[in-house]
Design a protein around this ligand. Structure first.
Ligand SMILES: [Zn+2]
Length: 161
């Protein structure tokens, strides 16, 4: 039979590793947990392509969105939860092929740093339902120094009546 002290000596490193690991996951868990819980399908009619962008942070092909040419007055809403995200006043033609905005409506989005593709970019997601919408870039040519590069598939335009 192995005594307690001998057991501890033998397994101390293992126990410390185990403790360290679980300690880390306890710290990281709430964030990941909240983030994944926050993202859920609210609109049952989302297409496969929309889900790929919203839930797997994919990007639509440039110049593919009909919203690039949308110039009427109104608001752009989240295609998943319907939250009001952008005013048409903030929309501009960036030439990038994606619907672009100088600013969002206050509190519309939350951001996180995205390191995919070897780049450091700021990803923004709907504050209400958590789905991915696009990336915000520093852009000296806009009045806000910002360019919200949006996936048109994540947006629904509602013209002002
Ligand atoms: Zn939303």
């Amino acid at each position: 039979m192995i005594g307690y002290n001998k057991f501890m000596r033998k397994n101390r490193r293992k126990l410390l590793e185990l403790f360290g690991l679980s300690f880390l996951s306890v710290i990281l868990l709430p964030y990941n947990f909240l983030y994944s819980v926050a993202k859920k399908i609210i609109n049952p009619n989302l297409t496969k392509e929309q889900k790929k962008i919203m839930f797997k942070e994919s990007t639509e092909k440039p110049f593919s969105s009909p919203l690039n040419a949308e110039n009427r007055n109104g608001f752009f809403h989240c295609a998943n939860c319907g939250a009001k995200l952008f005013s048409s006043n903030a929309k501009f033609d960036s030439g990038t092929g994606w619907p672009s905005f100088t600013e969002s409506l206050p509190g519309a989005f939350k951001t996180k740093i995205d390191y995919s593709f070897g780049m450091k970019r700021v990803e923004y997601h709907c504050a209400k339902c958590g789905v991915h919408h696009g990336h915000v870039f520093v852009d000296g040519s806009t009045t806000t120094q910002k360019r919200f590069c949006s996936n048109g598939l994540c947006l629904i335009f509602k013209p002002e009546s």
